[in-house]
Design a protein around this ligand. Structure first.
Ligand code: LLP
Length: 422
């Protein structure tokens, strides 16, 4: 259920007209809906309720502290990949014992912070990382529960840049090595190996690769159990996709059913790391048309959001649905739908949100919404072209709050120094 709907002729987030937020906050801005977050989380959690499971929301998808707190209050834990994300999760109120630390390149100081904060689990992705963790645990005299992320050599079939489970990818430990590494870890004084993890990529729209990966996880877990090791927990990662273009995608219950079919007989605790499926549809990016420029082959709608604010279309060539905030009456629609490119002001041709899109006639100064930008939107923004980081707004019922201010040029210049020889 989406909570971005047209009411009284314009798009609302829950019960707040988008134009009201725009007039107070300015454009562009990200706008998130609390009810959408709640309903997506509930759908995922309900699908798992017959399993012994923990949901660790992948903070990288949207790390705003108000978003993470919203989820923490619903009972979510956190999957973090840096010290910054760990600190955010704790600040947001996620209990340390619901935090898992993932990622291929955790530094000694990040591992030390994880130990100091006494988090649930550290996922180890290589032998050198295990050795490093061993050193850090010894120097601090603190123990760690560890799961080993396997590389199942399964192609997620998603975009190449976000497929992580093939043997040529940097992630995880190749299957034949897992037993040796697991057994090495049992010899380490402060390391408690408790399980295995897998994550083959993001935005999977087909359950088949998940099945292959979970079956490999099952085989490895069974093998380790047969060797006498205890496997308490299996971390199945994230990756469940959402529909950006209206085409059908697997549902949370279908995904949960697959997990239970492939791994249920092992009676392990299951840990899930969903990001996009929880927060993706809960956000829009609101932008204003600066110019309608008629070119020789097409019309450009030049908007005030750009690739620095929302990178996915430029980086992955993705297409997000774009809607005018003012509801298009039939009259306007019939009048002049035309083929447009929706582009930003950044000086790169790749700064483009849509190409040859059939779009209703809109005027300069009109507001547009780029949909399903709650995940991997604000978190991937930058200040390229010395543009501000855009504000983020959280809506709940009929109220809204700015949960990140616009970070403008004065603040950015404040971080820079001119050496005294200049
Ligand atoms: N767990 C691990 C270990 C991950 O690496 C990721 C995502 C997740 C969980 C959450 O995956 P999700 O459920 O959100 O698919 N920037 C890209 C997505 C990169 C995902 C990276 N890892 C995009 O905009 O599509």
């Amino acid at each position: 259920m989406s909570y971005f709907n047209y009411q009284n002729g314009e798009l609302n987030a829950e019960r707040v007209p988008i134009s009201r937020i725009a007039s107070e906050v300015g454009t562009p801005f990200y706008c998130y809906s609390t009810s959408t977050i709640e309903s997506r989380y509930a759908a995922f959690a309900d699908a798992l309720n017959h399993m012994q499971s923990t949901i660790c929301y992948a903070v990288k998808a949207n790390s705003n502290i108000a978003v993470v707190r919203t989820l923490a209050q619903l009972g979510a834990g956190a999957d973090v990949v840096s010290d910054g994300e760990l600190i955010r999760a704790l600040e947001a109120g996620v209990p340390p014992k619901k935090i898992v630390f993932s990622g291929v390149g955790k530094t000694s100081s990040e591992l030390a912070l994880a130990l100091e904060k006494d988090i649930l689990q550290i996922n180890i992705e290589s032998e050198p990382e295990l050795e490093r963790l061993n050193e850090v645990t010894q120097s601090l005299g603190k123990s760690a529960q560890v799961a080993f992320r396997i590389n199942p050599n399964v192609d997620a079939g998603s975009h190449d840049k976000i497929s992580t489970g093939r043997q040529e990818d940097k992630f995880g430990i190749e299957c034949p090595k897992v037993s040796k590494v697991f057994s090495q870890a049992t010899e380490m004084e402060y390391i408690e190996p408790i399980g295995l993890a897998v994550h083959i990529g993001s935005q999977l729209t087909d359950l088949v690769p998940f099945r292959s990966a979970f079956l490999k996880l099952h085989d490895l877990a069974t093998g380790l159990m047969a060797e006498g090791f205890e496997i308490k927990r299996l971390d199945v990662g994230g990756g469940l996709g959402i529909s950006y273009d209206g085409s059908p995608v697997p549902t949370s219950p279908e995904y949960a059913q697959l997990v239970s079919e492939t791994l249920g007989d092992l009676n392990c605790d299951l840990l899930f790391e969903p990001g996009r499926v929880i927060i993706g549809d809960a956000g829009i990016l609101v932008t204003k048309v600066i110019y309608v420029k008629k070119g020789p082959t097409r019309t450009f709608l030049i908007v005030d959001a750009a690739m620095n604010d929302f990178l996915r279309p430029s980086l992955y060539g993705t297409q997000h649905e774009i809607l005018p905030i003012a509801q298009q009456t039939e009259r306007i629609q019939n009048e002049a739908s035309s083929l447009v490119d929706i582009v930003g002001p950044v000086c790169e041709t790749g700064d483009k949100f849509a190409t040859k899109l059939v779009f209703p006639a809109v005027n300069q100064e009109e507001l547009l919404a780029i949909r399903s930008t709650g995940a991997y939107g604000a978190v991937m923004s930058s200040t390229y072209n010395s543009r501000a980081l855009v504000p983020e707004v959280l809506v709940k019922d009929d109220k809204f709050s700015v949960i990140r201010e616009r970070v403008g040029i004065d603040t950015l210049l404040g971080y820079e120094n001119v050496p005294d020889w200049l």
